[in-house]
Design a protein around this ligand. Structure first.
Ligand code: PMP
Length: 454
């Protein structure tokens, strides 16, 4: 369908034809022309259990028949209570309460407001700023845009002034912003957090927000060992909450329940959405540690947090509950870790054959590929070549759904893609993914006449 024939207002579509997705099964999506696509990004890092799981569809239909909606001001619902039990059981120790919202943006917005109230209720109302990192994306509401580090996104509303929240460098070892090497760097990137707190004044800072493994805006940037242990120490010292932003990494995507489980440190708040309901219904979770929750328990009046009408929607909760039960029944988080190792290894082998690949990184089925002109000094390609966009376009023509380079922060302004298929992917499907990727890279290099450059 031509986009000018569609009445849908969609300004993010990046080509002239509007592909009509008709159905999905497992890791594949089919369009109205009968073309098959291998969804290498699980619908932007959302889909964990695959398309077409009848147990989930049945649970949603049953809930719709039973009770379609109820507001949280007076009521809770059975699927919400059951889901809260499952989520808090999966969460790190001491994180014993969860609030449900509708998306990643609303989850981060709620975490931000919890941080403000937490300090206010303890008589520290001057603490309102959130420190975040360049190379991050936290959503598209006004507060979450202010947290976001991607300049491409931040500057989109200019000249509207976003809240002036401070940002620090991302822990990007492959393109270290300090030109240092781990471990002799002594975690300069984490210590930067203490420096910026001192500079701004600890009495103005409410929280530090960070994706444990940076997703879309950086393509699976994994911080070095010790990074979050250091973050925990710094946050405790300055009385600052640490929000682990797990919109992508939460609920198994990295091969553990939460991305932060790869480090020996427990945050104060976790926000998570995508793999929670595997895309069957919109829902987000804000998981709170008991030390934060206790401050709210002691409050004498009602606090107007998360008044979103659809927060805790019974059908979304029923969908997420069915998804999490399905994940547990089929050991899909363990499977994600195993298949992630296999796929990463195949991509590393591809990197040996393909000189434009500079780095393959990530955990579980969250794998980033960074493209470089020069592997020796990690020099990126000129952005004017639009390598990532070309790879996404040619990949689509080859029946491979890809996504990458969701705008970057300061420092590296290179090309990268993020691979994040559903956890049910098999070894032979991983091989198919890698084959299509290799073909796509070859065709893009030919079309851009890059063959002689690399
Ligand atoms: N944080 C991260 C890391 C994300 O990837 C996204 C969405 N891509 C968001 C926040 C915002 O989530 P939503 O689009 O559901 O509001």
């Amino acid at each position: 369908m031509k986009t000018d024939q569609s009445h849908v207002f969609n300004t993010t579509r990046w080509h002239n034809t509007c592909l009509m997705a008709e159905s999905g099964k497992g890791i594949y999506v089919y369009d109205s022309e009968g073309k098959t696509y291998l969804d290498a990004i699980g619908g932007t890092h959302v889909i964990s259990i695959g398309h077409g799981v009848t147990e989930v569809a049945d649970a949603m239909a049953e809930q719709a028949r039973q009770l379609c909606f109820i507001h949280k001001a007076q009521f809770t619902s059975e699927p919400q209570e059951k889901l809260a039990n499952v989520v808090t059981t999966m969460a790190p120790e001491g994180m014993d309460r969860v609030g449900f919202v509708t998306s990643g943006s609303t989850a981060n917005e709620m975490a931000f407001q919890i941080a403000l109230y937490y300090h206010k209720l303890r008589g520290k109302a001057s603490k309102y700023k959130i420190i975040s990192r360049w190379h991050s994306y936290h959503g598209h509401t006004i507060a979450t845009l202010a947290m976001t580090g991607s300049r491409f996104v931040r500057e989109s509303l200019s000249p509207f002034d976003l809240l002036n929240f401070p940002h620090i460098q991302a822990p990007h070892c492959y393109q270290c912003p300090y030109k240092l090497t781990y471990p002799s760097c002594e975690l300069t990137c984490a210590n930067e957090l203490a420096r910026i707190i001192e500079q701004e004044g600890a009495d103005t800072i409410a929280a530090f927000v960070a994706e444990p493994i940076i997703g879309g805006a950086g393509s699976a940037i994994v911080p070095p060992p010790g990074y979050y242990e250091k973050v925990r120490e710094i946050c405790d010292f300055y009385d600052i909450l640490w929000i682990s932003e797990e919109v992508i990494t939460g609920f198994g995507r990295t091969g553990k329940n939460f991305g932060v489980d790869h480090w020996a440190a427990i945050p104060d708040i976790i926000t998570a959405t995508k793999a929670l309901s595997s895309g069957y219904a919109p829902i987000g979770a804000v998981i709170v540690h008991q030390r934060v929750r206790e401050v709210f328990d002691n409050a004498t009046k009602n606090i107007p947090l998360s008044l979103f009408t659809y927060a805790g929607h019974p059908i979304s909760c029923a969908a997420a509950l069915a998804v999490q039960n399905y994940m547990a029944k089929h050991n899909l988080i363990e499977r994600c870790a195993v298949m992630g190792k296999y796929l990463k290894h195949q991509l590393e082998k591809l990197a040996e054959r393909e000189p434009i690949i500079g780095d393959v990184r990530g955990e579980g089925l969250l794998i980033g590929i960074e493209f470089v002109k020069n592997r020796d000094n990690h020099q990126p390609f000129s952005r004017s070549l639009g390598i990532t966009e070309k790879i996404m376009q040619v990949g689509l023509e080859n029946g491979l759904i890809l996504r990458g380079r969701f705008g970057t922060g300061v420092g590296v302004d290179g090309d990268h893609i993020l691979i994040s298929p559903p956890f049910i992917i098999t070894e032979s499907q991983c091989d198919e993914l890698v084959e299509k990727l290799e073909l796509t890279f070859k065709q893009v290099k030919q079309s851009l006449k890059l063959v002689e450059v690399c």
